[in-house]
Design a protein around this ligand. Sequence first.
Ligand code: EPU
Length: 416
Amino acid sequence: MEKLVIKGGNPLKGEVNIQGAKNSVLPILAASLLCEGQCIIHNVPIITDVDMMLEILRSLGVIWQRQGHTLIVDSSKANKYQIDDKLMRSMRSSIFLLGALLGRFNNALVSRPGGCDIGERTTDLHEKGLKSLGAQFGEKGYMVKAPNGLKGAEVYLDYPSVGATENIMLAACKAKGVTVIKNAAREPEIVDLQMFLNKMGAKVSGAGTAEIRIIGVDKLNGCEHRIIPDRIVAGTVLLATAMTKGDVLLKDVIPEHLELIIIKLREMGADIAIGENEIRIKGTYPLKPVDIRTAPYPGFPTDMQPIMMVGLAIAEGTSIVTENVFDARFKHVGEFRRMGADIKISNKTAVIKGVKRLIGTYVEATDLRAGAALVIGGLAGENTTIIEKVEHIDRGYEKIEELFGRLGGNIIRIKE
Ligand code: EPU
């Protein structure tokens, strides 16, 4: 059992390079299964979700090697299309392998990924899309096959689901003919996936807009690619700096991916200067309240909601946060209250009355981003915060104690 122990109060100061994006690398690793060659992928964060995805790929016959933040993945000898139930359930993102397995083998035998701590997370849109391409679903779990091969089709998504868009893109790359995804998700990670697929020889266009077009090809080759910076990790550092009244230069970021987060932080009073691949933030006191409504990109990211909320918990006034993407993404509120936050929930809305300070205590990371929010609450708060269930945070943040420790945060990991 590992815990994070944080003594709050140090303003964060210095420079930090932002890690590669978890939500880019996971579908990209799944995509590597489509090619019968070697892919060299740089800027891969060392996080447990990547470890899990690599374990699944190994179980399918994929050979890979890690050299620091570079991964060399060779799928030429992949020979299985069945994923062990336990591995499948270990991470929600295993769902991407459905599209990739279908694209590679016209067959996939996997179990349904479960719901999770932030909402029901159904997969109806993934299924609808893959069925349009000719996939046939068995009765139990996902015993999926395309006996006549996949065929391009027009797919309309009732909601711009990130995962469904990516899964359909993966399956469509090797389908016969043209696939058009309408009302596609527009997240930067989808643009990164398109870049990776095209480097492998796929013909994908339109990522970043609501319509993605994929012309199927017979074969995909190996390629070299660098994962984009993680906009949510960058957003976490920005909030932490604003809350501790620090002064930090974030390097290796794409400011345009953080546009709405920057707008909201400026409304909160933070002083932000933007460079080409850099953002400099200086926290000022007191933070001002703002209202947030989460929405698919380019709207305010749901993954930043808990992180923003912990900042608003110490703003001078009342803020309203509306969660529109997931149906159960307020579980962190109970933990914030334990630290002294004044937050009331009614359905999709949280009303946050700013308090003067958060006070450290024992808290539990209820999921990945909620855990990160508790870390920055602890860094800005008084006394000592002890965070349990750190494994949630390790899914997406590479050694969070080192990230904030380098900036002067008093945070250590202990094993018990
Ligand atoms: N949805 C459906 N049907 C579907 C798919 C989704 O109703 O078939 C609903 C979900 O239940 C949810 C909403 O659509 O309410 C959004 O889900 P989406 O499919 O867009 O999300 P996802 O692909 O499951 C990715 C990220 C999440 C991030 C969301 C939204 C990855 C690996 N995960 O999930 O990241 O919150 O998009 O931006 O890309 C995180 O990093 O902490 C995280 C949870």
